[in-house]
Design a protein around this ligand. Structure first.
Ligand SMILES: Cc1cc2nc3c(=O)[nH]c(=O)nc-3n(C[C@H](O)[C@H](O)[C@H](O)COP(=O)(O)OP(=O)(O)OC[C@H]3O[C@@H](n4cnc5c(N)ncnc54)[C@H](O)[C@@H]3O)c2cc1C
Length: 280
């Protein structure tokens, strides 16, 4: 394993905001995960595409499974994959094996572990649609394989969010009818057109309420383009907050609070954050 002390976490977050953590570890094998027993407070990071870190000192251990990125084809559309693998690598593998299912997510900068934790999705498809089972390191540090029916999940929601477990590996089952390059390319081109990808960001800040898109509510409150410090509600996609230069944690929090307040006042809708806000 690779261990770092007093690690700058700004670079672990897609929005490039964050302080320093006492210890950061990159594990290189499943066996090494037993070291976690000896750590006190700890937190696992995927690609940091959905985490807003406070710009403060974290007296804990952050860890990454990005080196646990094995992928194996088991036949009949089944793929076994390490939680640290990127979605990009999984899609490449699916294309090689002519499997279909997740193309619509192409361009999401995520790991498999992060996607399973959040039940990431797009266009009515979510990653849990393809899960056969998930192997976790549970609260007692035992490796346990859970079949899908034993894992509660919903829209951007899983039981993992309410437990203190590490997702280590999963088996997916995809359809063997050919990978759709057109869908993947379309999804990725659409993101380039509709999302402010040239700025550090965290994707959608809020979950979409049932009655209307979060972006629409934010736009209709006149908040599109609003700037606080180095953070801005994107002009291109108002459910995105972008770092336009040295944004602070407090800048983003202020924008989030104002959005929630104004949307509640105008539409009586309580917006709920999709992102994870990690305070020291
Ligand atoms: C440009 C952009 C576009 C996006 N588009 C979409 C989209 O279309 N659909 C969508 O659903 N999301 C989207 N997102 C949000 C984000 O990519 C997803 O939520 C993704 O699932 C997060 O994956 P990650 O590896 O970056 O996780 P992180 O952001 O690193 O972590 C998110 C949470 O997962 C936990 N976690 C990570 N790995 C593990 C693990 N191995 N075990 C247990 N917990 C773990 C972390 O502790 C944290 O609480 C987008 C983000 C960006 C920046």
């Amino acid at each position: 394993m690779k261990r770092y002390q007093d690690f700058d976490i700004k670079n672990l977050s897609h929005i490039k905001i964050g302080g320093v953590v006492k210890e950061y570890i990159e594990f290189e094998s499943v066996d090494e995960l037993k070291y976690l027993k000896e750590c006190g407070k700890k937190f696992v990071i995927g690609k940091g595409s959905n985490i807003l870190f406070e710009d403060a000192y974290f007296d804990e251990t952050f860890f990454s499974l990005k080196r646990l990125s094995h992928i194996e084809y088991l036949g009949q559309g089944r793929v076994k994959i390490g939680a640290g693998s990127s979605l990009a690598d999984l899609l490449k593998f699916m294309a090689q094996h002519e499997l279909t299912g997740l193309e619509v997510l192409a361009g999401v900068p995520a790991t498999v572990g992060g996607m399973l934790y959040m039940n990431a999705g797009a266009n009515k498809i979510s990653i849990f649609d393809f899960v056969e089972n998930v192997t976790i390191l549970d609260e007692q540090y035992n490796l346990v394989t859970l079949p899908k029916y034993k894992i509660s999940h919903g829209y951007r929601e899983t039981e993992f969010k309410h437990r203190n477990v590490t997702i280590v590996e999963a088996i997916f089952r995809f359809l063997e009818v050919g990978y759709s390059f057109a869908t993947a390319m379309g999804a990725s081109d659409l993101k380039k057109m509709k999302q402010p990808l040239q700025y550090p960001n965290l994707g959608s800040i809020f979950k979409n309420p049932e009655s209307m898109g979060a972006w629409k509510a934010i736009t209709e409150c006149g908040l599109r383009g609003k700037i606080v410090g180095g953070a801005q509600i994107s002009e291109l996609h108002s459910n995105f907050i972008i770092n336009i230069g040295s944004a602070k944690f407090s800048d983003v929090i202020e924008l989030i609070s104002e959005i929630k307040f104004k949307v509640k006042e105008k539409f009586a809708i309580e917006l709920e954050e999709e992102i994870i806000i990690k305070k020291a």
